[in-house]
Write a protein that binds this ligand. Structure first.
Ligand code: TTP
Length: 197
């Protein structure tokens, strides 16, 4: 097995898959971070803060162990925005239904922030995507909910899954919507000396 070059501070299997796609062997270590927005925090500030907190929490935990400085730690956060309101993970069917009804036939924004912590500090990038949904009926929302796919996804859909059938247009990057923008991630990694080619 190839030795890991990076610690992925994320429980998301999608992020692990995406890092593997660009040939970066990693090890997963997660930390619990309170994801609630602060008063008057913009969506951009929130997603950037959470990506950094996730990576820094893991870095600090590992740095406190006797093994010395950890490998670079990568954290990410994804959230959506429509009409100035956050599109987070749905709490239940009613929440997912309300989200998907609002998104039906309209454009929304998906933000993903990626943070990399190394011994020299933290770097962070923001990826922004515009996604247009076709009209989605209530019957489709119910059938989609029953697949189980929406429950742990920001905006209650997965572009990499059955949710792809709702995505009429995308301006941005598929990997960014899925939770780890690979173009920006590769640039962050390269700046820290981790090559993908
Ligand atoms: C919009 C969209 C989101 N998502 C996922 C990516 C993220 O896993 C999730 C947003 O939640 P996040 O809080 O960003 O991540 P997470 O809780 O899954 O994992 P961790 O905090 O440990 O890093 O939504 C998709 O998989 N596909 C999509 O099309």
């Amino acid at each position: 097995m190839t030795a890991p070059l990076l610690i992925l501070a994320s429980a998301s299997p999608r992020r692990y898959e995406l890092l593997t796609q660009i040939g970066v062997p990693c090890r997963v270590e997660t930390a619990d971070v309170d994801e609630s927005p602060l008063a008057d925090e913009t969506p951009e500030a929130l997603v950037l803060r959470l990506a950094q907190q996730k990576a820094q929490a893991v870095w600090q935990r590992l740095a406190a162990t006797p093994d010395g400085l950890p490998l670079p730690v990568l954290g990410a956060d994804t959230l959506g925005l429509l009409d100035g309101e956050l599109l987070l993970k749905p709490r239940d069917f009613a929440d997912a239904q309300a989200l998907l009804r609002r998104m039906s036939g309209r454009w929304h924004t998906i933000f993903t922030a990626v943070a990399l912590v190394t011994a020299t500090g933290t770097s962070v990038v923001l990826n922004r995507n515009a996604v247009k949904f076709r009209s989605v009926s209530d019957a489709e929302i119910l059938a989609y909910w029953r697949t189980g796919e929406p429950c742990d996804k920001a905006g209650a859909y997965a572009i990499q899954g059955r949710g792809a059938v709702f995505v009429e247009r995308l301006e941005g990057s598929y990997s960014g919507v899925m939770g780890l923008p690979l173009f920006e991630t590769a640039q962050l990694l390269a700046a820290a000396g981790i090559k993908t080619m």
